[in-house]
Design a binder for this molecule. Sequence first.
Ligand SMILES: Nc1ncnc2c1ncn2[C@@H]1O[C@H](COP(=O)(O)OP(=O)(O)OP(=O)(O)O)[C@@H](O)[C@H]1O
Ligand SMILES: [Mg+2]
Length: 351
Amino acid sequence: MSEATTGTMSGAAAPAAAPASRTPILEVRDLRVQFKTPLGTVNAVDGVSYELYEDEIVAVVGESGCGKSATQLAVMQLLQSPPGRIAGGEVVFEGQDLLKFKKNGPEMRKVRGGQIAMIFQEPINSLNPVLTIGDQLVEAYELHCGLKGQTDKQVAIDLLKMVGIPAAEKRVNDYPHQFSGGMCQRVMIAMGLSCSPRILIADEPTTALDVTTQAQMLELMKNLVREMHASLVIVTHNLGVVARYVERIYVMYAGRVVESGSTKDIFGNPRHPYTLGLLKSVPRLDEVQGSRLIPIEGMPPNLIDMPGTCAFLPRCPYAVEQCRTEPWPELTCVGEGHCARCYVNVEERRS
Ligand SMILES: Nc1ncnc2c1ncn2[C@@H]1O[C@H](COP(=O)(O)OP(=O)(O)OP(=O)(O)O)[C@@H](O)[C@H]1O
Ligand SMILES: [Mg+2]
């Protein structure tokens, strides 16, 4: 097995209790999202299912354009429509299908921010440049907690302290441009967690930041959600960076989940060639600087015109005849809680 795929999981999140013995707080079932474009319909999310358990931290991982954000925006009913639309599926949260709620109705507004919070890509764009950090924190707090005009600045100061901003009493009066990228990210985390949600979804929380700051952000989120007994979904294209913070991983390719399993299984026994490619192509926090990274050759498919066969086939070094003649296989369990969408036993082929 190659160096890139075997690393010890030093500092990994504590092993998860078997998910089967825990209660799922969120179940996404067969979710489909489409975007209408002048060139045709983009099947951005094509039957994605995943579960999130209480107190659990999971990652959704995949290359740019594979449907990570579209999935999470659909969960929150925040897809821009048009051109986006939810074409099918269920999002069951605490026993209720959120997709049955009106997008801007009172039930969905209560869930959004209050019970399920989301941190978006590019934090600097999510902050308003003409309002102080304190005013924005107060605004988010009141919005998410259903309060209006009842909050004083101390709440914002406490939130800044919670996410480790030094001299919070002073910094609360600053504007976003006076904060570094990492500090803006901390503010976004504070806003997301301001009303103690049950679930925090952090979309690419770390891409614009250097590796050390990325690790600090993930550590911070992990500690805060643990304290609050919340669950966390980390959406990222970098499998290496999340390894030590998450208990389970969903790997997405071309709008579908191609592999899911515990962090230990995904790193120690990857069963989809795409996962293997990702593991070799991304830097790891626990790896010596300068380790050789091997990019995955080729491009993801056009989501408007998908092949009937496995979408990873043109890039797959392990393909066999069956892959060229049969439809994209179903997600099949290869071990307890470990599933992959592949005809080939990659483990055997690599040994
Ligand atoms: N507003 C839109 N109009 C048309 N197509 C869109 C729109 N938003 C997303 N898409 C398409 O849907 C697919 C999934 O996009 P999505 O933003 O979910 O990808 P992603 O996995 O989050 O990528 P990234 O890592 O770059 O954030 C992509 O092919 C993208 O081009
Ligand atoms: Mg995205």
